[in-house]
Design a protein around this ligand. Structure first.
Ligand code: UDP
Ligand code: MG
Length: 335
């Protein structure tokens, strides 16, 4: 019997972290289902930490109403929209549970699955991540791009990041504390959790349809998110620009040999303009792409070095202890 099975319950506590952005259509039902879940788990103390990521609708008011009635519900209200991954981070920072579970506010991740996650945790796992076996109700485009993205990321990344895995997961306190010690700005939480290590396992589940409202991840945000994932976990794009440079150099060499041979041994000379234009545009393209890739990394270094807090909190509701207004600023000491 490991010590988790023997923890005399309800000494152990569970924090659910729920990022919400303009979820007024879904949030009441979500709170209802999560409270049901809390009632079902009798042997753990549960807290629900909703992070309102600067919603412009009534989400925050609804959440605050619930918090006023139920001491288990706590609300972190951001000063503006900081993005899903930062909202998750703030929830983790504010959590006090021995276990933390990340779950979306749109009921796409069924709360009932958390029971199975807790079972796995009792077996001794530190991280239990949900793997989506089916995703009914998603567009063909979203499914295809997500599939391609996770496979590409896995190829490029130096550490294996599980395929088709979202942020729906359970983490033990040792993992949470390690995550909190990682100050990086471009946060790709699911990758960061893989990086941490410890004992991790997958839990397959069927990802439900969004309960109400629409996805808060338009194409633009999805591209940003995918770029963050790849650039935060790989420097291979830089190597790719070296490879592109090499290929264009080899092609240029072949072109030179061809042109000189024609000039020396035949009467047909290369008709200059077309070949020249192609060469100039090709080299120009390769150089700009390489510069762009380099620029992405430099931009990230610039953002990191400014060392601004990750998020700003306008208000906390339902917390008994005093919480900080801004995230602990990452410390970059240059010696
Ligand atoms: N979300 C957030 N901030 C944002 C965008 C999304 O907190 O800027 C939340 C959103 O409310 C939801 C979760 O992140 O609880 C996942 O977003 P969504 O369901 O829109 O993404 P999808 O499931 O379509 O990938
Ligand atoms: Mg969703």
């Amino acid at each position: 019997m490991n010590n988790r099975q023997s923890i005399s319950l309800p000494d152990a506590s569970l924090s659910l972290v729920i990022p919400c952005y303009n979820e007024q259509e879904a949030i009441r039902e979500t709170v209802k289902r999560l409270r049901q879940f809390c009632d079902e788990v009798q042997d753990l103390n549960v807290e629900l930490i909703f992070v309102d990521d600067g919603s412009r609708d009534c989400t925050r008011d609804i959440l605050k109403e619930f918090a006023a009635q139920d001491p288990r519900i706590k609300v972190v209200g951001f000063a503006r929209n900081f993005g899903h991954q930062i909202a998750v981070t703030a929830g983790i920072d504010a959590s006090s549970g021995d276990i933390v579970v990340l779950i979306d506010a749109d009921l796409q991740d069924p709360p009932e699955v958390i029971h199975q996650m807790i079972e796995k945790w009792r077996e001794g796992y530190d991280v239990v991540y949900g793997t989506r076996t089916e995703r009914p109700g998603e567009s063909v485009f979203k499914l295809a791009t997500a599939r391609a993205f996770y496979r590409l990321l896995n190829k490029l990344s130096d550490i294996p990041i599980p395929l088709d895995t979202g942020d729906f997961r359970l983490m033990n306190r040792n993992v949470v504390d390690t995550l909190r010690a990682m100050p990086e700005r471009d946060r790709f939480v699911r990758g960061m959790v893989s990086w941490v290590g410890f004992k991790q396992t997958a839990l397959p589940y069927i990802r439900a349809k969004r309960f109400a409202g629409e996805s808060k991840y338009p194409l633009r945000k999805m591209v940003r998110f995918a770029t963050d994932g790849i650039l935060s976990f790989s420097t291979k794009p830089l190597q790719a620009s070296v490879a592109m440079g090499m290929i264009s150099a080899v092609m240029a060499m072949a072109g030179i040999v061809y042109a000189v041979t024609l000039r020396l041994f035949t009467n047909i000379w290369v008709e200059g303009w077309t070949a020249l234009m192609i060469a100039v545009l090709f080299i120009g393209g390769v150089q700009l792409i390489s510069l762009g890739i380099l620029g992405e990394y430099v931009g990230r270094i610039y953002n990191e070095i400014k060392g601004r807090p990750l998020y700003v909190v306008q208000e906390y509701t339902g917390f008994t202890e005093k919480q900080p207004t801004v995230s602990r600023s990452p410390v970059h000491v240059i010696k």
